[in-house]
Design a protein around this ligand. Structure first.
Ligand code: FUB
Length: 325
């Protein structure tokens, strides 16, 4: 157990954590982060520096309570189909069961998305034998709508391999679209009632204010990785990282499968290459959970989860948060 967390400070310091997916379960805040590991290996565009092996679930009763680290919830050695790199996870509750969704490389080095289940939000989680059939790439985020339909959003460029799947099969040396072509969007898959398979799958279109798709060369706005979907006042908000321009941005839609219209920035660049977040309502306020590499002095793969309040304007747009280390 650690001290009461303060806004814009690491919520835990005894381990490095990243990619926080925050949810309110059983009236408490649960955070499902990646668990960053220290090492001296290479740091490259393939993401080899992110060598994570397990997940720890964190929780707090509220923002005035200490953060509890519930210990190891799932380890790669207990996932039959996975070989390495347990990247950004998410969790969902349905059917009286907690589902942990997570990406990892399979035994051929291809990123896939798996599911593990538990009767408790903090786990431990038991992994399914195989990854979700038809899944690929990284950064699953699961949104359960008011009508109980559940959607898994996923995808990430470069190390996340999304551009290698443009033909529907894995093409090792495939590159992304040319700068003047529409950018690749994240994938949305509606989940089956048991949450273990995909019912359908489609690429999301993100358009500008004139309805034109964002282009691959529009690196300040196009999707890179880390999709997250939340609902506010009847609108679906798709937020994500722009990757090599290091910004958290968002787009809005009346439909959970889009198209989404680009709206603006949520968080300006943090210390460290990656930026990754979630948005959650707790009691009557909204919060942004995010990470940076300030605690490690800027080491890209040694990150810390932080939070801050997120505010909306009257028209439903989100007020940009200026990052301060
Ligand atoms: O943590 C590993 C990867 O870094 C995540 O999957 C990406 O979103 C980025 O944060």
């Amino acid at each position: 157990m650690t001290n009461t967390p303060k806004p814009n400070e690491p919520i835990v310091k005894h381990i490095f954590t990243a990619d926080p997916s925050a949810h309110v379960f059983e009236g408490k805040l649960y955070i499902y982060p990646s668990h960053d590991l220290d090492h001296d290996g290479p740091d490259n565009d393939n993401g080899d520096q992110y060598k994570m092996e397990d997940y720890h679930v964190l929780s707090m009763d509220d923002f005035n309570s200490p953060v509890v680290d519930h210990g190891e919830a799932l380890h790669v050695k207990d996932v039959p189909w996975a070989s390495k790199q347990m990247w950004a996870p998410d969790a969902a509750f349905k059917n009286d069961t907690y589902y942990l969704f997570f990406p990892a490389r399979d035994h051929d080095g291809i990123f896939r998305i798996g599911v593990a289940t538990s009767k408790r939000p903090e786990g431990p989680f038991k992994a399914e034998e195989n990854y979700i059939p038809g899944s690929y790439s990284i950064d699953p985020a699961v949104f359960v709508d008011d009508d109980n339909r559940a959607y898994c959003y996923f995808g990430g460029l470069w190390g996340g391999q999304l551009e290698k799947w443009q033909t529907g099969t894995f093409v090792e040396d495939a590159e992304g679209p040319a700068e003047s072509e529409p950018a690749l969007g994240p994938i949305v898959a509606e989940l089956s009632d048991d949450m273990l398979t995909f019912k359908s799958k489609k690429e999301i279109s993100i358009v500008d204010e004139n309805g034109n798709p964002l282009l691959a060369g529009d690196t300040e706005r196009r999707f890179f990785e880390g999709p997250w979907v939340h609902k506010y006042n009847g609108y679906y908000y798709l937020s994500y990282s722009t990757g090599d321009t290091h910004t958290l941005v968002y787009a809005m839609s009346k439909n959970p499968e889009g198209p989404f219209e680009f709206k603006g920035k949520i968080l300006t660049p943090v210390i460290g290459w990656t930026t990754h977040h979630s948005i959650v309502q707790f009691e009557d306020k909204w919060y942004l959970f995010y990470h940076d590499a300030s605690l490690s002095g800027g080491v890209n793969h040694k990150r810390s989860v932080k939070f801050t309040e997120l505010k909306y304007n009257e028209d439903g747009t989100i007020q940009t948060i200026e990052y301060k280390a």
